[in-house]
Design a protein around this ligand. Structure first.
Ligand code: BGC
Length: 452
């Protein structure tokens, strides 16, 4: 008789204490390690919202259907964007206690482990068939500087999406298709505030600091792809840099956006921000968020084009902001064969088409079964393909989500947007400070992006 398949979910809880705050964040494991279980696979991830949990659950189910004798141990560390989880992963990796595999953003974000020689080359996973199936831009960031593969993408998220409560927009007489510029968007916000059928004072739902920085990078893209390209190449490094004026413009647009965001933004998770749109009595009509938000609308039972709709963030309709999650194979792990199997499932059509329809992202493979995807994702797939085919539309890699620029740059950049959001920094001061980071981290920029 085959052993019963089982998934064990460990939940790591941040211990809030003076010592923990001083030292960063510490965690306790609430569930015991399964004893005597050899054929196991440990996976760290931060997918704990409703949509995220459903998606990773479907991927694990797919793995377990193929390998029923393996006990999958999911270790979840809550915290959108993975900022909490990566603290733990770095500690484990650098202490020589790597988990079997873990979620991370593709590209720069895993560089620290590559440089420390802690990742296995996984060229054997990247068969010719897989290379053919994955778009070049995604394949490229799955390689290290040595030309070998070190990660397998599980999705392609779009960052530059404006999520809209359709009923509020209809009731206010706003056609979302007209929101293609910031002045048009400000006017829509004012009209919603003035609509007597609602009591909405802050129409744009914003969450904690990283979601603010996320919104900022979409705004910078809206100012121009050349400015964004200069930024991710580390070229906006002084007040006299070619695109410094664009950076300043982005800071000014962002500062205006803060007039329309909820005052409790800093305390809200990204999914709590989205819940402001889906509440029985909504308190916001818009949110700038990556399309992991689609998983929350899906969980709420909302239909795209009926209760909610989406457009590109104003000024970015011809762009696709890239956020790519991936898994890898650290060296010296307990279950290397199972990690090979896991990466194979992640890379497969079956795995991608189980995970992504629930996650909100599109498959990282061009041969996905589109019939498995909902209305929002069908439109995203069409947009992605159109951008690949057009000379006047662009993709751009997210900095906040670990692909566009070095992680140390990102860590210093996000609090600057937090200060601008809180009103403790000016637009001019923020632009100066962001440019200064280009100098501080100049040697970390190892990739030259060509976005147009
Ligand atoms: C990840 C997504 C995730 C989101 C919110 C992003 O950085 O790429 O997979 O759903 O954070 O947690």
């Amino acid at each position: 008789m085959e052993p019963k398949k089982q998934t064990i979910i460990f939940v790591l809880i941040a211990v809030i204490s003076t010592a923990a705050i001083a030292a960063g964040v510490t965690y306790v494991v609430l569930a015991p390690t399964p004893e005597g279980e050899f054929d196991a696979l440990e996976i760290y991830h931060w997918w704990t919202s409703g949509g995220e949990a459903a998606a990773i659950g479907a991927l694990v189910d797919e793995f377990e259907s193929l390998y029923p004798d393996t006990t999958v141990q999911e270790v979840q560390i809550a915290g959108g964007g993975g900022f909490e989880m990566r603290v733990k992963i770095k500690t484990l990796m650098l202490a020589g206690q790597p988990p079997d595999t873990f979620q991370i953003h593709n590209g720069y974000e895993w560089t620290i482990f590559y440089e420390a020689n802690l990742l296995n080359n996984i060229d054997h996973i990247w068969t010719t068939a897989l290379q053919d199936a994955v778009p070049d831009v995604i394949e490229d960031i799955s390689k290290g500087p040595d030309g070998h593969y070190y990660s397998v993408p599980v999705n392609i998220h779009r960052s530059n999406v404006l999520w809209c409560n359709y009923e509020i927009l209809n009731d206010t007489g706003i056609d979302p298709a007209t929101l293609t510029s910031w002045p048009a968007f400000w006017a829509a916000c004012e009209a919603i505030i003035a609509n007597p059928n609602y009591t909405i004072t802050k129409p744009v739902a914003m969450g904690e600091q990283w979601t603010a920085a996320h919104a900022f990078e979409q705004i910078l893209a809206s100012v121009g792809i050349d400015a964004y390209e200069a930024w991710v190449n580390g070229d906006i490094d002084s007040g006299t840099a070619t695109h410094y004026a664009d950076l300043l413009t982005a800071c000014e647009i962002y500062e205006n956006l803060t007039n329309y965001i909820n005052t409790d933004w800093a305390a809200l998770s990204w999914d709590s921000a989205i819940a402001k749109l889906t509440a029985a009595t909504p308190t916001a009509a818009f949110s700038i968020m990556g399309d992991w938000a689609n998983g929350e609308f899906f969980q709420a039972g909302w239909d795209h084009g009926v209760e909610y709709t989406t457009i590109g963030v104003p000024g970015t309709g011809n762009m696709y902001g890239l956020v790519v999650d991936c898994f890898e194979k650290p060296k010296n792990i307990p279950h290397p064969s199972n990690v090979d199997r896991w990466l194979g499932v992640v890379a497969s059509n079956a795995g991608q088409d189980a995970f992504n329809p629930l996650k909100g992202s599109i498959s990282a493979r061009v041969d996905a079964n589109i019939s498995k995807y909902g209305a929002y994702q069908k439109s995203a797939i069409a947009d992605f393909n159109a951008i690949d085919a057009s000379a006047t539309s662009y993709m751009f890699p997210s900095v906040v989500h670990g692909s566009g620029a070095p992680e140390a740059f990102n860590s210093d950049f996000i609090p600057l947007i937090g200060a601008l959001t809180a009103g403790s920094a000016t637009a001019a001061g923020t632009a100066t400070a962001i440019a200064a980071l280009g100098v501080t981290h100049a040697s970390d920029f190892t990739r030259v992006w060509s976005l147009d």
